[in-house]
Design a protein around this ligand. Structure first.
Ligand code: LLP
Length: 455
């Protein structure tokens, strides 16, 4: 099959590179317009389209850049079964942030030794579940970032594999809301990490240390990433006794039998059409340099966005065009309930007008004008962009909101009683619905009669 048949890159479109079997980026313009029109006609809009072949390519690029590292997919970016199975087959581990994610990773066939559960203020029922799973899957690793969480694990009889999450005091990310490395919420303070790790070894099998700078790290934030990595390397060396300890408290202590140093995920992807893609091999080299000699420990990374972002688009149909003195407001049938990132982080997503409106010329032959693309939710913040120059949209046009494969469907919600959209997965030229469109009945199915009964 050709990539175009698969709905993937159109060799004639800008940004694609015919000579490169696994390009570093797939732009929104690279998707085959005809295929996207067919999918929207067949399955209606709003519709997520996720290309599993591209997910696999992204996994392959990561594995090639980090050949000696453990690469763990942060499943929170996209937990759809088809994506999880693709990532599992490609050879990545799964990093899960909740009992629900762990449950789905298990269902997708990840073995225990490829499962990593990162507890952040874990609800009791999550811990109960994870401790229960660990009994049958003892190779699973729990990562915890508070002594209180360690106590709660021990109270449940857990004495298995443990990784200590550390707050390295340095963070990065595309928005302050996703900059974690310096946020006190995450990890044991760096200055206490040696002591907590040593004390933990009396109760658990301490196998690793972990830190995550934040999400969506741009090339210009790599210094922060490097700083974090370097601190984690120092910490690991101190724990395994490779370097003399600085503080009297740990001098002479028994070295820990660590397996790995996990420096988190956060690799950024180019959302804007003219953003340069991350130079992954260079990032990998900088990471290896910064972490230094690990005395035989394995380096681990946890990318989420990088694996799935450019493998997904959200298709939406124009239903209302309203010229106003300031700009043209283009109403579409997808909104912040389907793709929350613009409303929540002011995130930029490319929007490509694929045309299709009756009696209108192809978008390329229309004028370019500033448009605000807004959804059907009764909130001002429900807009994918404001005043952005684009081929003048008309009612009936199909728009592709690009780079929507990470934290897209995953953060979709049902506000305004809006059922979540359907999702189609593409693989080997085939398209199949992997999540059906929700119905209002799905929303109300959890409702029960009020105490007063029917009045
Ligand atoms: N590891 C840990 C411990 C994390 O908390 C995260 C993301 C990752 C790895 C993966 O980060 P990534 O490689 O995907 O950047 N909803 C936000 C992103 C929140 C990310 C939270 N943690 C967004 O849409 O930008």
């Amino acid at each position: 099959m050709t990539a175009t048949e698969g709905g993937g890159p159109d060799a004639n479109a800008s940004g694609g590179d015919e000579s490169d079997a696994n390009p570093t980026v797939r732009r929104t313009d690279d998707w085959d317009a005809g295929r996207l029109h067919d999918l929207a006609d067949e399955h209606d809009t709003p519709l997520y389209v996720q290309d599993l072949d591209r997910v696999r390519e992204n996994c392959e690029r990561l594995l090639a850049a980090f050949p000696d590292a453990d690469v763990r997919y942060a499943v929170k970016a996209h937990t759809g079964r088809a994506v999880l199975e693709t990532v599992r087959d490609a050879g990545l581990d799964a990093e899960c942030a909740s009992a629900g994610e762990l449950d789905r990773a298990l269902a997708a066939g990840f073995d225990g030794d490829r499962l990593h559960y990162t507890a952040v203020n874990p609800p009791a029922r999550d811990l109960d579940y994870v401790v229960d799973v660990a009994e049958s899957e003892p190779a699973l690793t729990v990562t915890a970032g508070a002594v209180d969480t360690l106590d709660r694990l021990a109270e449940r009889g857990y004495d298995g594999r443990l990784c200590l999450r550390v707050n390295p005091g340095v963070g990065a990310g595309h928005h302050e809301k996703v900059t974690t490395g310096s946020a006190p919420k995450f990890g044991v303070p760096y200055g206490r990490a040696v002591r907590v790790a040593r004390e933990s070894a009396e109760r658990f099998d301490v196998v690793g240390v972990h830190a995550h700078a934040g999400s969506g790290i741009d090339p210009d934030q790599l210094d922060s990433h490097r700083e974090l990595v370097s601190r984690m390397g120092d910490l690991a060396r101190e724990l395994i006794g490779v370097e003399p300890a600085d503080d009297a408290g740990s001098r002479g202590a028994d070295p820990l039998d660590l397996e790995y140093v996990d420096v988190g995920g956060g690799f950024g992807v180019p959302y804007r059409e003219d953003d340069e893609p991350l130079d992954l091999p260079a990032v990998a080299e900088a990471t290896r340099d910064a972490v230094g000699d690990l005395g035989g420990l394995t380096l681990a990374v946890e990318p989420g966005r990088y694996v799935v972002a450019d493998a997904g688009v959200l298709l939406t149909r124009v239903n209302t065009v309203k010229p106003t003195p300031a700009e043209t407001v283009v109403g579409v049938d997808a909104g912040m309930t389907d793709l929350l990132r613009p409303a929540m982080y002011d995130a930029y997503h490319p929007i490509r007008n694929l045309g299709g409106a009756d009696g209108e010329p192809a978008p390329a032959d229309r004028g370019v004008e500033p448009a605000t693309v807004a959804g059907p939710i009764c909130e001002t913040g429900d807009a994918f962009c404001t005043g952005r120059a684009m081929a003048r949209p008309a009612r009936g046009d199909l728009l592709a909101v690009g780079v929507a494969g990470a934290y897209g469907y995953e953060m979709a919600n049902q506000y305004n009683s809006r059922p979540r959209p359907a999702e189609v997965a593409l693989a080997d030229g085939e398209a199949s619905v992997v999540r059906r469109r929700e119905l209002v009945a799905d929303l109300t199915t959890v409702e029960r009669e009020s105490p007063g009964g029917k009045r």
